[in-house]
Each structure stands twice: as C-alpha cells, then as structure tokens.
Design a protein around this ligand. Sequence first.
Ligand SMILES: CC(C)(COP(=O)(O)OP(=O)(O)OC[C@H]1O[C@@H](n2cnc3c(N)ncnc32)[C@H](O)[C@@H]1OP(=O)(O)O)[C@@H](O)C(=O)NCCC(=O)NCCS
Length: 133
Amino acid sequence: MKILQGIDLVKVARMEQRINGRSGQVFLDRVFSVAEQAYCDSKRMKFEHYAARFAAKEAVLKALKIRPKKNQRLSGIEVGREATGKPFIKLSAASRKQLRMPAQAQMELSVAHEHEYAIATVVIVIPGIRDKK
Ligand SMILES: CC(C)(COP(=O)(O)OP(=O)(O)OC[C@H]1O[C@@H](n2cnc3c(N)ncnc32)[C@H](O)[C@@H]1OP(=O)(O)O)[C@@H](O)C(=O)NCCC(=O)NCCS
C-alpha cells in the first residue's frame, strides 16, 4: 500500500484579488468547476470557500509530487460535498489520466478557512502498490 500526503495554505485576499482582477472569469473557469463556483458564490464569505478549494487542488498535486504549471487547468480536480458537508475530491476522467491516478486510489480531503487563510490536506491511499523507501 502506498500512502501520499499533501497540504496547502492559501491567503484569502490573494484569491479575492485574482478573481476580481483582470481575466477573473477566465481564471475561475480554468480552476473551478461550475458546481464549485455555484457553491462558493452562494456563500457570504465566498473567497474563503474559493481559497479552500484552491488549496485542496494544490494539495492533490503536492501529494502526487506534481509541480503545478503556470495557468494549469484545475477544474477537473473538483471538490464535492457529502450531505453532511464533508468535502471530497472528484477527478474528471481527463484529470485522472493526466495525473496518472490509479483506479484503486482512495483520497481523503479536509479543509478549513478563517478570514485570512484557507488550508487543505489530502491523503491518497493506493492499495496494492509498494512504497519506495
Ligand atoms: C463541520 C465543521 C468541521 C466546520 O468547522 P468550522 O470551524 O465551522 O469551519 P472550518 O473552516 O474549520 O471548516 C469548514 C469546512 O469544513 C468542511 N466540513 C463541513 N462539514 C464537514 C463534516 N461534516 N466533516 C468534515 N468536514 C466538514 C467543509 O469543507 C467546510 O468548508 P466548505 O464549506 O468551504 O466546503 C465543524 O462544525 C464540526 O466539527 N462539525 C462536526 C461536529 C458537528 O456537527 N457539530 C455541530 C455543532 S454541535
């Protein structure tokens, strides 16, 4: 079994600047799915929720040891929500292929946000694969 872990911290004000800045909608569509945008836009502190989702996507890349490219398309790494509100990572078929995510991989996501910062941690468990020490 292989266990991978990633963490990312995002400044909420930076996310707000990026979204409200030039080509904000292009950025939104490149990084966030339609469902993610609808969820965040429905919230009073929407930039906290956007920042948390951005952190989650970066934490997935970090767990996989992938350096994000400038202007990388991240909308295929989507943060969904269970009925309880617990978040989870949902990969599009294209992202699964691009990230070379094995079909049997299980991912656990946790996020938190508070005014200035949002943080996300991701644990990826891949059964049946030996970890290289
Ligand atoms: C849900 C809970 C983790 C939110 O904590 P918080 O301090 O208000 O907010 P945080 O910034 O730490 O976390 C917010 C994120 O928690 C996540 N979250 C929400 N419900 C969750 C749950 N049931 N399990 C795990 N994570 C959850 C969400 O991703 C949310 O961010 P999002 O709305 O952008 O997706 C917290 O209320 C809790 O511990 N609940 C469990 C116990 C409970 O239900 N108590 C009810 C009051 S008695």
